[in-house]
Design a protein around this ligand. Sequence first.
Ligand SMILES: [Zn+2]
Length: 385
Amino acid sequence: MVITHTIICSTCKTQHLLKITLGHEINQYHTFPCTNCEEEIKFGLEGLPDKGEYKYLKNCEFQKFEYHEAIQVLLHPDLSVGNRVVAAGDVITATLLNVKEMARIGKQQVSKKVKDHRSSFHNSNSEKLRFYLKIWSLIRNDKADIANTYAKENAGGVEAELRNNENQYILDFLNHFIGEFGLSIYSSLENEWRKIQESSTLKSFHAAQDYDEYDIFEEFFDHYSEFSQVFLYLNRGISIDGKRKSSSSDFNKTKKYYSSAYEALAKRLYIPAGINNLIERGDASTFQRLSSLTVYMSTGNGDKLRCLSNSSELSIVDACYDNNLRNASFHNNMTFNPKKSKITYTKNNRDSCSLAYQEYLVFCVKITEALAAYKLFSINHLEQS
Ligand SMILES: [Zn+2]
């Protein structure tokens, strides 16, 4: 369903007719530049799918005018159809864009692996994932009783399966979270793992690590209204049309996220490194050059994938693990052009480089999927006796 609403930019008073497609979330938020002064506008809808309440969050206010008088901005929370700006009075483009994108999605070949996985762990929106995450939060705070009560009361509403053991909900979360990229990391870890006879050195190193990735996933869902624009595509193994821009571009919200997720992932890279050592030398801690996994963990994060260069299976993670992007994200060295929806940053070697905001969101989702894949692998294989 598309709803239509009239607002003006608070800065330059330009009239905008918003045509917003209602997505799958209870609340949806859109950030886009004013079509005239380019100052950022934030508009939200809360309490959907019922009546819904309009939220004028930044640089916009309601004003009544005729639909044909104003330039149109098309917003979609889940499809990457861009915050398209359309001439006043145009009544077909909004619907046509959505229909075309749905048709493009319908024609895509999805791998059997992803299809099979999704048939057991299906997401239609973020609700079920948030349900599992809440239970994970309760468990890590030693509130297993409350977690079980919460699960019983809410599982039906999100179509989640009830579990006898509350820890199973964490596995459910991870399985629902990983999409095509996370699955490829997970299955390659399992393929390599099968080659190993004796794995106690990696299991004991893993047991000594004292942290979990919960905070990163919590942060991910705090910014979900941005990530949702690419998340379900990747989750279902559907490619994103690079010609289109993301509809919302709240870069301030997401710009630090990549570096946080990168740091968390770096802390788990002893998993592929240890597996590689076990295959090559029979001991998780014996590297070609380094003296132990402990030394490996203290090497620079940018160098951590070097020891995996001989293994195409274990270095799949390389596709989302970018030290240049991490440094730009961490040191706030990225500039954002909202009109072009483009990020520019300086690489470690001082070269300038740019990427579309949508590509940045894809990096963020993929690195979080990688984190989920390692976590899932460690619970299934390193923590079972
Ligand atoms: Zn303006």
